[in-house]
Design a protein around this ligand. Structure first.
Ligand code: ATP
Length: 274
């Protein structure tokens, strides 16, 4: 069953456009969204949240149309933006009272447990929190009403490596319920390599691919050579030699090669071919 269906979504803004995006995400999976700065990751996430009046196309979340069932969907979503959007004068204790009114499924005990687990003080104003702590607080708020889907815009940015591990563990724990879904954009592709089942790549507002992560990382290798390689799908210059993105099926026994990473794929597919 699909928990996200995006059909022919386009959006025209003054300086930017999302171009005819279509993809589907199976319930119980994590989709990692990659793309260079300005590729449209946040814009696509805002489309899922039905934040643009002039969006063309159709989006279904949890089998409901975002255009007509906005409120019902939002009760089942947990969202983390890349910046803190609420008043900085609030304390987690104040947010508890507000969220209790907003979400019938708000779980105060779980909220307090997560705050304590992540060492987030409950009675301090958010303005005293660091950027990383604000990100963690957003995630705790997103998780504490037990949503069926998380939409996360760079949730690990600004976190130290230990905190990032905590967040990845929290997200893994959330995915133990195989009816949950995560849509997760990140520049820290290592996090996506750990967590994502599928990878969606955006470039200049268009979708380049949405593929199973393991297939992607298996399907290609990086070979280095001073002479062109038959079957290579892309190439880039390094200081010493040329690197080629080669389908594993075209790999010769004698070819020097290494495993591909999501960073490699992003660079190969979004840099102009030399
Ligand atoms: N508030 C805004 N007003 C005008 N243009 C905007 C605004 N926010 C984003 N844009 C433009 O929309 C385009 C897509 O931005 P978006 O934030 O979706 O990209 P992104 O992939 O999330 O980027 P990043 O990785 O840098 O966060 C960019 O070219 C940006 O210039």
């Amino acid at each position: 069953m699909n928990s996200i269906i995006v059909k022919n979504v386009s959006l025209k803004q003054k300086m930017f456009a999302l171009k005819n995006i279509s993809f589907e995400v199976e319930r119980g999976t994590v989709v990692g969204v990659i793309g260079r700065n300005g590729a449209g990751k946040t814009t696509l996430l805002k489309c899922l949240l039905n934040l643009y009046r002039d969006m063309m196309g159709n989006i279904f979340l949890l089998e409901q149309n975002v255009l007509t069932q906005d409120a019902a969907i939002k009760e089942q979503l947990g969202v983390v933006f890349d910046e803190w959007h609420l008043p900085l004068s609030l304390k987690p204790n104040d947010l508890n009272k507000t969220y209790k009114l907003l979400f019938p499924t708000w779980d105060e005990a779980y909220y307090v447990q997560l705050l304590d687990e992540l060492n987030l003080p409950r009675d301090k104003k958010v303005e005293t929190y660091s950027r990383g702590m604000r990100m963690l607080l957003q995630l705790v708020l997103a998780l504490s009403h037990h949503p069926k889907m998380l939409l996360l815009d760079e949730p690990t940015s600004g976190l130290d490596p230990v905190m990032r591990q905590h967040v990845l563990q929290l997200l893994s724990r959330y995915m133990e319920d195989d009816t949950n879904t995560i849509f997760f954009s990140s520049h820290i592709t290592n996090d996506l390599e750990v967590l994502a089942d599928t990878v969606l790549c955006l470039h200049n507002g268009a979708m380049l691919f949405h593929e199973n992560k393991d297939t992607l990382l298996y399907e290609y290798v990086i070979a280095s050579s001073n002479t062109p390689i038959d079957g290579a799908v892309a190439e880039r210059e390094t200081a010493l030699y040329t690197e080629y993105l080669v389908p594993r099926s075209h790999l010769a026994d004698t070819m020097q090669h290494r495993a591909v990473t999501l960073d490699d794929l992003l660079a190969f597919f979004t840099e102009p071919i030399v």
